[in-house]
Design a binder for this molecule. Sequence first.
Ligand SMILES: [Fe+2]
Length: 380
Amino acid sequence: MAPIAVSTETYTSTPAEQSRTLKLRGPSPPERVSSPGRNTLPGPLAYTGLLDKYPHFESTPAIGREFTGDLQLSALLNAPNADALLRDLAVLVSRRGVCFFRGQDLSPEDMMVLARRLGELSGRPKASNMCIHPVSEYTPELVDQPKPQVISASRQNKGGGIRRVHDDVSRWASVAWHSDVSFEKVPADYSMLKINQLPETGGDTIWVDCYGILEKMSPSFLEYLETLKCTHDANFFHAEAEKMGLKVRDDIERGNPLNKGTDLSASHPVIRTNPVTGWKALFVNRGFSKRIDGVTKDESDMIMNYINQIGMHNFDHQVRFRWEKGSIALWDNRSTWHSATFDYDEERCGDRASGLGEVPFYDPNSELKSHGLKREGVKF
Ligand SMILES: [Fe+2]
């Protein structure tokens, strides 16, 4: 059996995996040079179906899978064939955008282990570690031992969070669509959230399938977008941190050597290749993306408005999850947007674990999800 090099260890693929592993099409683009931000996969990974035996349903045709039985993520983490299972879980999440698990006993510490293993087994750069949000309560002595970020509505409202409720910004719910830390040079790959306290109703989370919404575009317009980059900017977090009595973490590497310093902005391709699937996805979001590079402001506004509209209005590429205590959602930030639904006053809190992936790149040989699925002869 031929070994597939993944992260710091060698994983030996099965014959079935080898036969379904897709080869990288064409030469590597210039962005994929050796650096602390380069994904290490030689080509997209195949899903081998190890998780299909657990009861589940596809939440919508476009995005989401919910496991309905007693599958525990902690059991996958501790299984004898954990590497194979978790590698398939990473591929499944990258394909479906988000997966849901209810009644989970996974501890906050094991959430961190799981997020780390998903990235490692799916080829994230060796220099990437767990995500450290620039506005977090880490103390310097804990940086070597990252812990889950506590997501708390009451705490975020002190600063306003991504909605910035005290600022003169839109009050539309859609203002908070985002991909985790997309303003960093090396943004997040997999994120997971476990909700521990929630209101009687409200506080759902919605995800957008950023592969599929590309199908709403004409080929010529998509071809134009593939030539563009966009600046993501979260320097508003400096004021946010001040309101919360915190300091932006500009004194440390925030999970990758490229994520450091006070400037919380980065320029990324508008259309990004997800290296795990080899599919292209829209990588501009309303929360953090501020300016299309290299065009006039009027043109940037027009393009950004179009992109926001296409994600907001195409609910055939959205999935909404109603949380229960102990639910876990696990998603790939490279090809989805997400937003909480801020329709509650009570406390809503949970633990979040996010890993960092690669420097976003666009591979001109990557394909639309529909083309990839058709070529594989599968529906999902
Ligand atoms: Fe988020």
